[in-house]
Design a protein around this ligand. Structure first.
Ligand SMILES: [Zn+2]
Length: 250
């Protein structure tokens, strides 16, 4: 019973926090305040009332259209809220009432804020990374990782991405290098490489699909952070069990 309440609470909390990180991802890279003005339609300025702000459901009630001007609301917002809700609930399902769950919440929300920022402006704001990195490191230690894991993970994440950054000459942003340094803090040296592998794979599939659907051409830069966010959370949730299973086979 307590577990069920915890699960529902995580689901709601994930949706609410993600509607906040959506605002952070939209406004922080544009150097706007995250408090004022209140959320409004970018086309007509219609200020959203309380019920229109309800995560996911607000969008469904409005049928994806602004009540002021009838303009289309980007489906990315409710999609992210849904992912945040499911991600929080899944983390609670895996780790229960623990500091690992809290680490998963903060990690997922950081990644969602950065993914939204990258989608809306192609930027990975330093301020978000600098604000969350110490919290993530503290939570990783509290959750019981060995002392060298965050240090080695961050160093390796930085070294590998910085090398790719210089070799590819702009195929990768400086933001991606900083982001993988922070990811390394949380995941440690082995899993930061797993996350990089999965993110690149997902990024390649997304890129080829968008080019195939003619939604993008080859020259257009495609935001990479949403793929990194997905690859990283999959690593966070599944890597340990994958390696356990794999070494059991051998
Ligand atoms: Zn409007």
């Amino acid at each position: 019973m307590v577990e069920l309440i915890g699960l529902i609470y995580s689901l709601v909390l994930g949706a609410v926090i993600t509607s906040f990180t959506n605002v952070v991802g939209l406004r922080v890279p544009r150097k706007q305040s995250i408090v004022t003005p209140r959320s409004h339609c970018p086309s007509c300025g219609h200020v959203l009332s309380a019920w229109e702000l309800i995560p996911v459901f607000g969008y469904v009630f409005l049928r994806g259209k602004c009540r002021g001007c009838g303009g289309r609301i980007a489906p990315t917002y409710p999609l992210f809220e849904l992912l945040g809700a499911v991600g929080y609930a899944y983390s609670f399902w895996l780790y229960g009432f623990s500091l690992t769950t809290l680490l998963a919440f903060v990690f997922l929300s950081t990644l969602l804020a950065l993914a939204m920022s990258d989608l809306s402006t192609m930027l990975v704001p330093n301020v978000i990374l600098m604000f969350t990195a110490p919290i993530l490191m503290l939570l990783a230690y509290s959750a019981g990782v060995v002392w060298w894991s965050p240090i080695a993970g961050a160093a390796l994440g930085f070294a590998v991405l910085a090398t790719v950054f210089f070799v590819s000459k702009g195929g990768l942003g400086a933001g991606d290098v900083k982001l993988f340094t922070v990811i390394g803090l949380v995941l440690g040296p082995r899993d930061v490489l797993v996350a990089l592998f999965l993110s690149s794979l997902i990024g390649a599939i997304v890129g080829l699909t968008l080019i195939g659907l003619k939604r993008m051409n080859r020259k257009q830069p495609i935001p990479f952070v949403p793929s990194i966010a997905l690859g990283t959370m999959l690593t966070f949730w599944f890597s340990e069990r994958f390696f356990d299973w794999y070494f059991d086979l051998m």
